[in-house]
Each structure stands twice: as C-alpha cells, then as structure tokens.
Design a protein around this ligand. Structure first.
Ligand code: AMP
Length: 470
C-alpha cells in the first residue's frame, strides 16, 4: 500500500516523500481515511507505531483551509510529557514544513512569555501538556472554543500520571462540534469511560500490541546482590566487560532517586553517562537527549516516565538496573534496542526477591530469558520468594523505598548505610503519582509533578556527597 490511496492532499503527500516515508504503517493506513472524513478515531496504538503521523497528516490536510485567530487555536494536541510534546512539535515542523502553519508548544520548564507571543499570533496547531495549558487558560491568554480538531495522545500514560481531572477540565472548554482523535496503548476502565464521553461514534483502530520482543535482541538476566552498593558494583562490572561492544546504551532504573544516584556513581567511575530525569528543566533534557543522539554521551540513565515515547534510534544496549515491576515496561524498555531488525542487547539485573517480576516478564514475552552466569535453581528461587514473604526489609534494597530498619545491619559499611538513608525517604515515590487525584484543588501540572525533588540537594545542586559516589 502507498500513501496515495489514503485521500491526503498533494502538499501533504509531498511532505511525506520529503520525510522519506514510503508506506503507511497500519495505524496510518487504517486511521487516516476516517480522520479525513471528519470521523472521530479511537486508536489503540503505542509509540513506534507511527501514530504521530497518523494524526498529524490528516490534521495538516484539514488545516490547509482557514486561518487561526489570536488566542484561539484551531487544533489542540494534549501530550502527557514535555518530551513527547516536543517530539510531536518536531514532527509538525518536518511534515508541515511547506504548510506555513503556526505551531505553538506549551510545556512547562520554559518561559510563559514566548509561548504567550505565539498564542497571540494565532496558533493553527497547539501542542501542550495539561498543566501548562490550563495555566495559560487561567491567565486568560487562551480560548479553546475555536478548536476544530482535538487530539489526546498516550491517554493511558495520562491516567498513570494523574492527569485525568485536567483532561476532563480541558474537554469541557472545547466546543461541542469538533473532531476528536484519541490514542492510547491500553484501555483500562477509566480510559474507556473517557472515550465514551469524548468521542462520538468513533472508528476504532487497533494495531498489534507489542507484547513480544524482537528476535534480533539478545536478552539476558543476571543475579544481582540485594545490597544497593554491591548492586551498583555489579552494574559497573558488566558495563566494563561489555564496553567494547557498546555503541550507546540506556540504563533504566525504576525510580528517579536511583537514576540520580547512578548518574553520579557512573560519572565518578569514569563512565560517559548522563541522566534524564524529571528534575531537569526542559532545555537540559533536550540537550542531554541530543548529546545522546549525537554520540557525545554513551550511557543514558533514565526512568520509564522520563524515557517514555522518546524516539532514540540505534541503541546497542539496554540495561535494566532494576527489573520493572510492570512486565509491559520491560517490553517498552527492551524495544529501544534491536530496532528495524538491527542487533540489540539487553541485560536485566534481578535481585533474589524479584524473581516473580521476572516470571511475569517471561510470561508476557512468552520466552525464557537466559541467565548470565549461574542460573539459580528452582529451590533457590522458591526459598528467596518465601524469605521475601516472611521478612521484608531485612538486608536488602533500601533504594526501593523501604524505611531503613532499626535492626542490626552488620554487613554494611557506614557509608552504605548513609547512602541508603539519603535515598530512602523520598524514593517512596515513583516518577509520578499513580492514580488520579480527583479534585481540582490537588491538581498538579505535569511539570510540577516531574519537578518534585526526590533527593533534595543531590539533584538540585549537581553536587553529591562523597559517600554516594560509589
Ligand atoms: P511514532 O509512533 O509516531 O512515535 O513514530 C515512530 C517513528 O516512526 C518516528 O521516527 C517516525 O518518523 C517514523 N515513522 C512514522 N511513520 C512512518 C512511515 N510510514 N514510514 C517510516 N517511518 C515512519
């Protein structure tokens, strides 16, 4: 199939050729024609499926007619994170290069003034995170009653980040007659409820869920010590052993506290590493990402939220410093290597009390992952799991947010105790709060959620005490 048959305008077809796309992806082939007809579309698709172009291309066609009025955008795209919003902005710059449309990006971490100027000029396309959009609205700088096309992207991620109340509020500010294009990778009940409110007899397009990992990726797991310091040693060991093969790598951790600690730790041991976390302002994040893309940074340390949806081509290795507690996150993480049939590698550190997460992953990907080094026996796994049930908090993994026990921990050095203490209290939280917070009062824009400091001065000042630099 080619793009010619989808009903797109000559200008848009031109842009597609310039972008180098030759064949529509399934979400594009199925989603573009109904979108061009003016139908609402519910797309079950995830990052990497080509969904950005699936909504951007029909939008460009429709926006070819008409002009934007000051402070009244003609279309609105809501994204859960600044990075995703910035990426969609980039996609419009590429695909809409010949359209001369005004595209405005409203995200946190950058000044209001420039954004305000863009709004006052009239935006054909407005791309925003929910918090910053509502902030502009509350300042009286924006009217949403002229929106002809409303796009909700990564709705399930918005649910995870607690943005549903914001989204519902935005929805109420839109005119009744508009087209809605709604994308989500999964359809939990809360999202289904939203789709029933937001969409009018939508055309549903579901593209194959990526629950399998590519065959071109060599996946391994290795047993990791329960002690946080020793676990970092184990990571460094494996990085050193593989350094000749690594072109560039992403190291995932479950919490942003851990991301911060790993960054300092790896840097102090001479690794060319940088972190991508919510405490960084937008410019710093983009700078880091670009340096990683350009090969100036070899190891990017990230959490799932910070890395979600980022289009980073050609990563040779993925390391999971922590095995994810949601098996689907494993698939997302691993999917960053071995793209387009290229060879990729992944290594996941698994602590003895985490075997059940490994089992979940193996069940999801329908494949057993090979062990590097000695594979624990079934009995050892059963014993570790039983121990976990009997006595949580003994020894182990304070980086995971358990309160430091007051009991005796003779095997630990004073330094490691202090490092755990520093890491533990704030690390109770993952990158973003889980559930919707329900009321307007507790609304916290995306940018503020991401800006919540976990380890206080460590990330703020860029300085890290010596005892954490292991
Ligand atoms: P997305 O799922 O929108 O994040 O897109 C993932 C990547 O696929 C982006 O780098 C796009 O530029 C690229 N892409 C989107 N559509 C196509 C296509 N039809 N052919 C080739 N690449 C595409």
């Amino acid at each position: 199939m080619t793009f010619d048959t989808l009903g797109l305008s000559p200008k848009v077809l031109d842009a597609i050729t310039t972008a180098g796309f030759t064949e529509p992806t399934p979400i594009q082939a199925q989603g573009i024609p109904p979108a061009l007809e003016g139908r609402d579309v519910l797309g079950l698709a995830q990052t990497g499926s080509g969904k950005t172009a699936a909504f951007a291309l029909p939008m460009l066609c429709k926006l070819e007619r008409g002009r934007a009025r000051a402070r009244m955008p003609r279309s609105l795209i809501i994204e859960p994170t600044r990075e995703l919003a910035a990426q969609v902005h980039e996609a419009f710059e590429t695909l809409g290069a010949k359209h001369k449309l005004n595209v405005a990006l409203l995200i946190g971490g950058v000044s209001f003034d420039e954004q305000d100027r863009k709004l006052s000029r009239g935006a054909d396309v407005l791309i925003a995170t929910p918090g910053r959009l509502l902030d502009h609205f509350e300042r009286g700088k924006l009217l949403l009653t002229g929106v002809e096309i409303f796009v909700v992207d990564e709705a399930d991620r918005m649910l995870d980040m607690g943005f549903i109340p914001d989204l519902e509020r935005i929805y109420k500010l839109l005119p009744f007659t508009r087209q809605t294009l709604f994308f989500s990778a999964t359809m939990p009940p809360e999202i289904e409820r939203l789709t029933n409110t937001f969409l009018h007899s939508p055309v549903e397009v579901e593209v194959a869920k990526r629950s399998a990992t590519a065959e071109s990726i060599t996946q391994n797991v290795m047993l990791a010590p329960r002690d946080f310091d020793q676990k970092r040693d184990a990571l460094r060991d494996v990085l050193r052993k593989q350094s000749d093969d690594v072109n560039n790598a992403i190291i995932f951790a479950n919490r942003k506290t851990t991301v911060g600690i790993l960054e300092k730790s790896l840097q102090s041991h001479g690794f060319n590493a940088a972190a991508l976390h919510g405490d960084m302002d937008q410019h710093a994040r983009l700078r880091t990402l670009n340096s990683f893309r350009d090969g100036k940074i070899t190891y990017l340390i990230a959490s799932d939220v910070a890395a979600r949806g980022l289009d980073i081509p050609d990563v040779s290795h993925v390391y999971n410093f922590d095995i994810p507690t949601h098996a689907e996150d494993y698939v997302h993480r691993i999917g960053r290597t071995g793209r387009a049939g290229r060879k990729g590698n992944s290594i996941t550190l698994v602590q003895p009390d985490e075997f059940r997460y490994l089992k979940d992953v193996e069940k999801l990907i329908e494949k057993k992952i090979d062990w590097l080094g000695d594979e624990p026996t079934e009995e050892e796994i059963a014993e570790a799991s039983a121990k976990r049930g009997r006595g949580r908090g003994r020894g182990g993994d304070k980086s995971r947010g358990r309160k430091p026990s007051s009991g005796k921990r003779t095997e630990k050095s004073a330094d490691s105790k202090r490092s755990e203490k520093a890491a533990a209290p704030a690390s109770e939280k993952r990158d973003a709060p889980k559930k919707s917070r329900g009321d307007r009062k507790s609304r916290r824009p995306a940018d503020q959620v991401e800006a919540m400091p976990d380890v206080g001065k460590i990330t703020d000042s860029g300085h890290i005490p010596a005892f954490l630099q292991r």
